[in-house]
Design a protein around this ligand. Structure first.
Ligand SMILES: [Cu+2]
Length: 136
């Protein structure tokens, strides 16, 4: 193999491995960056992930757990679960729709935000929230 051919083989294998790495990263960290509006139940993630607890019968526990600092989530009618996170682009959390949704444990709400996916964890930013059904 002459030097030029060898250089070609090296360059193409390098290109292939770079492509492979990029693909792997895409698989694990998919930034969807898509604004969506989703309706679902506000979850106290400590009780939902730990025990599968949700629904109106769990409302008072959900409210207490969220008040005490549990992560908050949203379960849509098709059973998909998202962590709810504040829109973290330099805004203060006071009067933020995220702080509002933390008070709506077990309620049915509609959230507009961006779907995020990192390392298999799905999250939805809370850019806007409205209350559909108050179960309290
Ligand atoms: Cu709870």
């Amino acid at each position: 193999m002459n030097k030029l051919a060898l250089a070609g083989v090296l360059a193409s294998s390098l290109a292939l491995s770079t492509l492979g790495l990029a693909k792997m990263k895409m698989k694990g960290e998919k930034m969807m960056n898509k604004t969506v509006t989703l309706k679902g139940e506000v979850l106290d993630m400590a009780c939902y992930m730990g025990m599968g607890a949700s629904g109106a019968e769990h409302a008072s526990c959900a409210r207490t757990c969220l008040k005490d600092g549990s992560p908050v989530g949203l379960k849509t009618s098709d059973g998909k679960v998202y962590f709810l996170v504040p829109d973290h682009r330099g805004k203060k959390f006071d009067n933020d729709p995220y702080m509002q949704v933390r008070k709506d444990g077990a309620d049915i709400v509609t959230v507009t935000g961006t779907v995020l996916d990192r390392g298999g964890a799905k999250a939805l930013t809370v850019d806007k929230v409205s209350l559909d059904k108050d179960v309290k």
